[in-house]
Design a protein around this ligand. Structure first.
Ligand SMILES: Nc1ncnc2c1ncn2[C@@H]1O[C@H](COP(=O)(O)OP(=O)(O)OP(=O)(O)O)[C@@H](O)[C@H]1O
Ligand SMILES: [Mg+2]
Length: 589
């Protein structure tokens, strides 16, 4: 229930007018049952009077019937209006929360994405943005049920406070039962969360495009479905056990509830027979008591339904509570343009959050303006990590990274990002058009075909686009109907074009040519060398044919720079670089 206020705020913010209208109409609709009963009472009393006193039918009776008709019709119309408003609100809420989730996700640190707990939470927050609409309708229903119950109770008390006491005595056990089972249900859901997560994963895996190749060739389908069946059986059995208990206890409690109702009914009959109540009042009270007790029971089951839904919203709210730690300081400096002294790692150590292992260990390293540096090293030595630090996707655990002598943390983040063009090893393949795939490098230029074509030319992506039936407007990827899939190398050329489109002072390519064939790689690097002449560039590659084109080669090993110099110098040194180079060269001969 603690989750309710913030969720109500979301609901309100997503459409204040719709919420207010919905509330007003619900208020009217909530008064309808009592009004209907009351008019019926008047009609019955009028009829009894006519019969007992043999009077002619007064006009008033027909007016009452007309009123009852009007109230019934109004109730019908109100229900429809409320349904309509609910569906509007559902759409608005979904849109609002989805947008908020996307915005917030974009603000968070990259670290957050590498934390499985966060990732899980994000996934669920995303689902909840669209999946928890039932909750809104339930909340509305709850409001209506509460108001109806109050009006009915007030009118019952008007006739006799005893009746209300009887009623409460009848309903109380049901309340205790409902809340008890709501709690058990909550606890069960909580317990089952890990298993449900597994189930979700298996379901997604079983239908995913990425996994399809392996699932088929390795014959994994039975393995997956068996595991799914076993896990879902576990969940099912637990659910059945609880439902059974609820069935038995609920049945028993509802008998007690009926006892309460019928005791009240007997009391009303007795009072009527004694002449203290009219037949119309008997009718009114019998109806009011029945509806009130039904409503009270419904309130509790709606409440437990809301609580159940709110449990899932915990993730959504926790997600919104997360704050980024990497952000611009107030009064942050603009990034220097042009960069005068370059980037300097000073005694930088780094361990990924949640891990003790130091990936970088007192690393010292400078990247001067106008210099093209190749960063090399064996797998897992921390090359990509260096890139993530320079681009301030992470902050160092110890030490400092300076840009023109000032700590990176002093600069405005947006400004810093603008000055750096990076293509990561695991660059994105956007399932959008070819043009958009290039334009994401500098999204303001999306309509500037000239720039996009020029960047594509530099990265050899223009050759890829020339072969596409739709040219630059060709949809890529297999997700959408008209999409065309590309090979790994073709995707890479498009990604490279993004870097060229960017008007950045530092260009970083993390294994930009891993998927390229030998000829493309050679050409790409030739152009890269031409285009980056005089610019600052850092590239990572395992292919020494390209590495040797760099002005300076830096070898990273065990979190430190172990060798640093030109190709000739490092070869003469006869250290790690020379060893790796010889190994690769030998295998080609
Ligand atoms: N997000 C992460 N969380 C925890 N550890 C990580 C994370 N990313 C990388 N590592 C670890 O940090 C080490 C360095 O990784 P990094 O990706 O920087 O290596 P690399 O030199 O780029 O390797 P490769 O040549 O394979 O690309 C690896 O041992 C890896 O296990
Ligand atoms: Mg890497």
């Amino acid at each position: 229930m603690r989750n309710l206020p913030p969720v109500l705020k979301f609901v309100w913010d997503s459409g204040p007018v719709v919420v207010a209208l919905g509330f007003a109409f619900r208020l009217l609709a909530a008064l309808q049952p009592v009004a209907l009963l009351y008019v019926s009472k008047l009609i019955i009393d009028a009829i009894v009077a006519i019969l007992s006193k043999h009077q002619p039918i007064p006009h008033r009776l027909w007016w009452l019937v007309a009123a009852e008709f009007a109230i019934a019709v109004l109730g019908n119309i109100l229900t429809r209006i409320i349904d309509y408003l609910d569906s509007l609100l559902a759409d608005k809420y979904m849109r609002y929360v989805s947008i908020q989730v996307m915005r917030h996700a974009a603000e968070l640190d990259l670290i957050a994405y590498e934390d499985p707990v966060f990732y899980d939470r994000l996934e669920r927050a995303r689902v909840q943005a669209t999946d928890r609409l039932a909750m809104i309708q339930m909340l509305g229903r709850l409001v209506q049920q509460v108001i109806t119950t109050i009006t009915l109770s007030v009118s019952i008390v008007y006739f006799s406070p005893w009746l209300l006491l009887l009623l409460i005595a009848g309903v109380l056990p049901a309340f205790v039962g409902e809340s008890h089972f709501a709690f058990l249900g909550y606890a069960k859901n909580f317990r089952q969360t890990p298993v449900r997560r597994q189930l979700d994963y298996l379901r997604v895996l079983g239908g995913s495009k990425e996994a399809a190749k392996e699932l088929k060739l390795f014959g994994l389908s039975k393995f997956l479905t068996d595991r799914f069946t076993r896990l879902s059986d576990e969940v099912y059995e637990e659910n059945v056990a609880l439902s059974k208990r609820k069935l038995i206890a609920g049945g028993f409690l509802s008998i007690i509830g009926s006892l309460g109702y019928y005791s009240a009914y007997v009391y009303v009959i007795w009072r009527t027979v004694m002449g203290a109540l009219s037949i119309g009042s008997l009718y009114f009270l019998a109806g009011a008591i029945l509806q009130a007790s039904a409503n009270i029971q419904q309130i509790f089951s709606t409440l437990s339904g809301v609580a159940d839904q709110a449990l899932f919203l915990t993730d959504l709210l926790a997600f919104f509570e997360m704050q980024p730690t990497i952000r611009s300081k107030p009064n942050a400096l603009p990034a220097p343009r042009p960069i005068q002294r370059g980037f300097e790692f000073r005694n930088v150590s780094f361990a990924y959050p949640g891990s003790e292992r130091r990936i970088l260990n007192n690393l010292d390293f400078t990247l001067h303006p106008g210099e093209r540096v190749a960063l090399i090293g064996e797998n897992g030595q921390g090359k990509t990590t260096v890139v993530k630090l320079i681009t301030r996707l992470y902050d160092p655990t110890e030490g400092q990274i300076l840009l023109d002598g000032i700590d990176l943390r002093e600069y405005s983040l947006e400004d810093l990002y603008r000055e750096i063009g990076v293509i990561f090893q695991d660059f994105m393949r956007y399932e959008m058009t070819a043009r958009e795939n290039v334009a994401v490098g500098r999204i303001e230029e999306i309509d500037n075909m000239g720039e996009i074509v020029a960047a594509s030319h530099k990265s050899l992506a223009d050759e890829v686009v020339a072969k596409l039936p739709g040219g630059y407007d060709q949809m890529l990827g297999r997700r959408f109907e008209t999409g065309v899939d590309l090979s790994g190398g073709e995707w890479q050329k498009l990604a490279l074009a993004r870097a060229y489109l960017r008007d950045a002072q530092l260009l970083i390519l993390d294994e930009p040519t891993a998927a390229l064939d030998a000829r493309s790689e050679y050409e790409v690097f030739e152009r890269f060398a031409e285009l980056t002449g005089g610019k600052m560039a850092l590239f990572i590659s395992h292919r020494f044919s390209t590495v040797r084109m760099a002005d300076r080669i830096v070898v990273l090993s065990e979190g430190q720079i172990v060798e640093d110099g030109t190709h000739e110098r490092l070869m003469a040194l006869g250290g790690q670089y020379a060893g790796m180079f010889e190994l690769q060269a030998a295998s080609y001969r």
